[in-house]
Design a protein around this ligand. Structure first.
Ligand code: SAM
Ligand code: SF4
Length: 309
């Protein structure tokens, strides 16, 4: 059977590769031409009251999801994490000394990997190091990427204790077959308990990450996952298209490429999901993101990126 002409027209562009846009600056901006002198010149250009954002990357996880394209590695031992934290603290001190009090930190983001594998005492120590090195605004927005499987009462308390204002939880998909195919077991109940634990501690904004284009996902399984996610009434939702790049991320070869939805099915999943999420009262923001009308990101134009971090 031949596809309708409109599908034929779409097939080529849908298959075309596009840059991964989920991090900024994007990966090609990190190259050998950016030297210590370049970075020092950038820091020297910061003026006293300029609002600045800090991003702290924790490139470790205690599990390895086969779909993952993030800059991380699995470790079941804490020693490499502790060694990395030591380097991070030195870097914080170095950058802070160069700024010498100039700049006012308005936003801090802990990303990964999974910053939530840090021990509570280390989360507190990191936050203290930042306070010693930088001038931090009293109303600083502090956000953390959370792997719900890491979470316990101690970590919830630590995140609240360091002033978490915004949490982003990875879900991806709740369907058991999809989860097996991507090596990402995670129950709805555990996820909901983390969301409740965060809200009980006064964390004002919760984002949930979902993926489309995963192996064995259908419009039906996807609708079931989105329905469950919406029942938690997140302030924001991200619905990323799964990037299958096994030549770059070896562990993605564990995913059966034959079970991946094709370009047209991906397009249908993205459109159906956007309709579903919008019908629940969310506004589309930037690419693949949605926010409740009261959220700081709501009102930003779709397709052009959001407002505040
Ligand atoms: C650092 S992880 C989130 C926090 C935590 N590590 C977790 O997995 O729950 C960032 C997000 O990137 C997205 N992501 C990871 N690999 C991806 C891929 N291959 N294609 C598209 N999005 C991906 C996932 O939605 C994931 O939740
Ligand atoms: S999706 Fe999250 S938990 Fe899984 S490997 Fe990637 S960064 Fe780690």
């Amino acid at each position: 059977m031949t596809a309708p002409p409109s599908h034929k027209l779409l097939d080529a562009p849908l298959d075309a590769g596009v840059p991964r846009y989920t991090s900024y600056p994007t990966a090609p901006h990190f190259h050998a031409g950016v030297t210590g002198e370049t970075v020092s010149a950038w820091l020297d250009a910061v003026v006293p009251d300029e609002a600045i954002s800090l991003y702290l990357h924790v490139p470790f996880c205690d599990r390895l999801c086969w779909f993952c394209a993030c800059n991380t590695r699995q470790t079941l031992r804490y020693a490499p994490v502790a060694a990395y934290l030591e380097t991070l603290r030195r870097e914080i001190a170095l950058v802070g000394a160069r700024l010498a009090g100039r700049g006012r930190v308005a936003a801090i983001h802990f990303g990964g990997g999974s910053p939530t594998l840090l021990k509570p005492a280390d989360l507190h120590a990191l936050r203290r190091s930042l306070g010693e090195a930088f001038a931090i605004a009293p109303d600083v927005a502090l956000s953390v990427e959370i792997d719900p499987n890491d979470m316990d009462e101690g970590r919830l308390d630590a995140l609240a204790g360091i002033g978490l204002t915004r949490a982003s939880l990875g879900i991806q998909d709740f369907d058991a077959r999809v989860q097996r195919a991507i090596n990402r077991p995670q129950s709805f109940e555990d996820t909901a308990a983390v969301v409740e634990g965060l809200r009980a501690r006064g964390v004002g904004s919760v984002n949930l990450d979902l993926l489309y284009g995963l192996p064995f996902q259908t419009l039906e399984t996807q609708a079931a996952t989105i329905g469950l996610a919406l029942s938690l009434r997140p302030d924001r939702m991200a619905l990323f298209g799964y990037a299958h790049v096994p030549w770059f991320k070896k562990h993605q070869t564990m995913i059966d490429a034959a079970a991946l939805p094709g370009p047209l099915a991906r397009l249908e999943q993205a459109s159906a999901a956007a309709r579903f999420i919008s019908s629940a009262g969310y506004e589309p923001v930037g690419i693949d993101h949605f926010a409740l009308p009261g959220d700081a990101h709501a009102g930003a134009p779709p397709g052009r990126g959001g407002g505040r971090p």
